[in-house]
Design a protein around this ligand. Sequence first.
Ligand code: XMP
Ligand code: MG
Length: 183
Amino acid sequence: MRAADIQSDITEVLVTEEQIRAKLEEIAARVASDYDGKDLVLVGVLKGAVMVMADFSRALPFAVPMDWMAVSSYGAGTRSSGVVQIRKDLDTDIHDKHVLIVEDIIDSGLTLSWLLENFASRGAASVEVFALLRKPDAAKVHVESRYVGFEIPNEFVIGYGLDYAEKYRNLRDVAVLAPHVYA
Ligand code: XMP
Ligand code: MG
């Protein structure tokens, strides 16, 4: 796909690469001090959180274990179904660990509220959330997220890990997908 094609597939850039980088530095500094001396494990939610995890984890000043979970609640569409299915479970035991879930976005909140319950039932010492993006107007359930990068309007966004039908994850910015792409 050529750059010109991508431009016609988006209506607006919401968060730039530079803004993301600065925000990740800021949140990494908070996390480093909040978890000082604690047994922290980062859990990324595949596949959307891949870019956030890569950049956020490297902004941390210490070595930290990472694990991954894959769940699906969307299929190929643009709306959450609320039915969460585990596609890939954690490889490690999080019992007594301080878990920080790294997510790309909180939309309806259904996926994360399910994950929070699931991780609590595995005996984690604590479970907190870092979501790069949150759509406050789309919330169906309240999710307590200690770290949030940017609040964005209730529109379908792509880029920096976020996809539409597996495309656009490699865009460097977060942008609004043009309705003609999915209409
Ligand atoms: P919920 O609604 O459960 O959303 O909070 C969970 C997952 O859905 C994906 N999601 C999006 N993906 N653009 C995307 O590319 C969006 O605007 C969007 N909203 C939600 C995402 O993977 C999130 O973790
Ligand atoms: Mg996700």
